[in-house]
Design a binder for this molecule. Sequence first.
Ligand SMILES: [Zn+2]
Length: 333
Amino acid sequence: MSKTRKLPKAELHVHLEGTVSPALATKLAARNGMKLPDGIFKADGNYNWNNFPEFLKSYDTASSTIATAQDFSDVTYEYLASIAREGAIYAELTLGPDVVAMFGMGYREYLDAVTDGVDRARQEFGIEARFIICMIRHMGPEKALELMHTVDKFPHPLVVGVGLAGNEAMHHPKDFAPAFRIAHEKLNLGCTAHAGEVSGPQSVWDAINHLPVTRIGHGVRSIEDPELVKTLAERDITLEVCPGSNIALSVYPDFASHPLRKLYDAGVVGSINSDDPPFFWTDLAKEYDTAHEKFGFTESELVAVTRRAVETSFADAGLKADLQRKIDEAIAA
Ligand SMILES: [Zn+2]
């Protein structure tokens, strides 16, 4: 059991398809008449991969077990239930409609299915969730623009933000500025982009100089440029840090070399997150435990992290106030 289990938590950086546990992938594969390839799991039942291409392969295989609206609802419900049991009160789920579309599911059907899962989890656990619609960098700026037109055409009450993920070697953030402009100026949605993970600090500069982002996905490599860290703090742009993910993907060799503490002390950590938890052999509670055990975060610092996550979330003011109240209640209890 997690040591920080009782602490209230909030997660802002988690890819819905990246939350499918081996048990759930197995169940969905059976339900959909699919056979999972040999070697996808280790002897202990966890996902098995040893390098980046193998990680992508196991991720894609697990994602391909999610086929129907019921599946998406179940994935959402299972994930939110799992983090609610460990104290989470709020999650922003990153959704990739363009990827789902390749498997034949339309935008509205996808969002309705995920909403069904959110409704079930809320009813049972009181947890709230909102959506970030993610543009995929390697699919190109045209596709991103098209996606933002779809978001515009079909407003959804749980969609509160947009993001950019995918291969950082492809295209420049400024290529996506027109798509972000629609999200930011026309739709009034929050904006975030992955940067400073695989690529260095320049990728973060490129994102904050060309896109209306108030958050950066990962952004940990900002630490390599003091001027950048200062600028992030001044402009109140926060990082969605995912330490377990960074270690699993060898962004850093170990927690001792990870900059979480330094970034926190510089005031730029907005949230601690799990990214694609079962693929990185982690979960949200484990990330809080890691912050406590490896980085010396006290309980009150971890509560402050959760409060900052709520503040920097894309939820509306009413929900933010509710969530801060829930944090007060959890601490009082
Ligand atoms: Zn991510």
